[in-house]
Design a protein around this ligand. Sequence first.
Ligand code: PGA
Length: 249
Amino acid sequence: MKRPVFAANWKMNLGPTDARAFIAAFTARWSPRSDRTIIFFPPAVSLDAVAHAIGSRRDLDTGVQNIWTEDRGAFTGETSAPMAKDARAKYALVGHSERRHVFGETEEQTAKKCATAARSGLVPILCVGELLSEREAGDTNDVVLRQLRAGLSDVSPEVVAAMAIAYEPVWAIGTGRNATPEDAAAVHVEIRRALSERLGKEANDVPILYGGSVNSSNAPALMAAEGVDGLLVGGASLDVDGWTRICET
Ligand code: PGA
């Protein structure tokens, strides 16, 4: 994964028609460049449309926002990793805070999802982050590192070395209140340290993204923070101009 990494998490926005229009508008503005990774995470129902709209542009990739832990079967409403792969997803978000806190996803499930994604040839991006109450109690590092270790517990060091981590403080997501570059750097350093326990020097190759109320104004300072290798962007990734400016950071 080339750095910096800019990942657009569209959440439950942009069905196939709007997703196609977005990619058309973005590719009209954005000339291919090989010095960064740009990934779109559309809703699963729009994956195929985004892959088609990207066409032969090798500088742009897609990923799935969530997968289920099993490959097939009686799991109404879910999407499996092999299905997402078939729809040309290359990446899978795992353990996004909305999955954990809105849908009750457990750490055991995030571990299984990382393993399932990797087994199917998807690159997992494991999301971790603390609640405001946990930050205020001084538990940020404990929570983040617990989620990190749990999420990576079923995958080999080789898989960890090829994936990415996203630090997204829950209190910063969709609130307009981003972490300061200093706050982000402090947590990114801890994540890198924990990764190096598993990987040694190879931990430096794992991109660690920051997410939570990123926009084109705060992106440069966040990207300049120590240990920040990319951005995972929700709301601001839905505006073509703003998203283009973020990708230029
Ligand atoms: P936000 O979302 O940029 O809208 O805060 C980020 C995310 O949830 O990945």
